[in-house]
Design a binder for this molecule. Structure first.
Ligand SMILES: [Zn+2]
Length: 285
């Protein structure tokens, strides 16, 4: 089984997690830029972080045979802090880089005017750079926040096929299904969405435009819940091709729209080569 986790914050995980993920079948992932727990106090802190998402973290992932890509953006929470917003001017330099497969995470946290501004400005950047956009939906007033996010997406003129609305649930999935945008779901151990609830959504809505991730951030989370969802799909009567579609081909198709993924015709031998190549080239231990 090959797994592509389309949204996972590896910065907050250990090498044991990388090892366990590889053993579970994870061969590629996208790490979206987000907040660091401790609030940032200047744009310089963002640029160090973006450089790490493009340099250090892919190197760490490669040691365990996993392809690492990232999304770059000003997250909605810090879009409210005037000490952080000047980073918007530095984004174009990063969006031109090869390992960046989307703009994100963008969207709403508490739905403020400052968030509106950063959201619209970054959708415009996605259009300008021909990149997909990863939109975080707020955890409070999810239905209202999701509707408003879809309005902003429509107003931006971006192709809905280039947009994923993430952290959806049973309440918000219908609205997004009808929009033409992709539907993202974060599977968590005890909040948001479980593997079983995810399977019920796939039964009702099918597997098209569906992305399943573990998010695995600073809170209680589990980077192996993509695999657990695959197992739950099989137990519920989905076949291996359905699992491969949801957990590999869909994320490859979505982020492949960036033209920067290079995973067509991917197989495990390629992953082994990546592992060996990096160890030798970088003199890894
Ligand atoms: Zn996230």
């Amino acid at each position: 089984m090959r797994i592509f986790d389309p949204h996972i914050h590896m910065t907050s995980r250990t090498t044991d997690d990388y090892k366990a993920m590889h053993a579970a079948g994870v061969r590629a992932l996208v790490e979206p830029a987000f907040w660091l727990g401790q609030p940032r106090t200047s744009p310089a802190s963002f640029t160090d972080y973006f450089d790490s998402l493009l340099g250090w973290e892919p190197y760490r992932a490669a040691q365990f045979g996993i392809h690492h890509y990232c999304t770059i953006g000003l997250n909605p929470k810090e879009a409210n802090d005037p000490r952080c917003t000047p980073v918007l001017d530095r984004l174009p330099r990063y969006l031109a880089k090869d390992g960046v497969v989307a703009v994100g995470e963008i969207g709403y946290d508490t739905v403020t005017e400052a968030e509106d501004h950063a959201f619209a400005a970054q959708l415009a950047l996605a259009v300008e750079f021909g990149l997909p956009a990863l939109v975080h939906t707020p955890h409070r007033d999810k239905a209202g926040g999701t509707r408003r996010s879809l309005d902003v997406v429509r107003e931006s003129g971006i192709d809905p096929a280039h947009v994923v609305l993430d952290h959806l649930n049973e309440v918000t999935v219908d609205e997004v299904a009808g929009s033409g945008c992709w539907m993202g779901f974060s599977i968590y151990p005890d909040t948001k969405m479980t593997p079983e609830r995810m399977v019920a959504i796939l039964k009702r809505h099918g597997t098209e435009r569906m992305l399943v991730n573990s998010a695995a951030d600073w809170g209680h989370s589990d980077p192996l819940l993509t695999r657990a969802t695959a197992e739950a799909m099989l137990a519920a009567g989905f076949d291996e091709d359905d699992v491969d579609r949801v957990l590999w081909r869909n994320p490859v198709a979505f982020y492949g729209q960036s033209g920067r993924l290079g995973l067509d015709g991917y197989n495990d031998t390629q992953a082994a080569g990546l592992f060996a190549g990096n160890s030798i080239a970088r003199g890894g231990s």
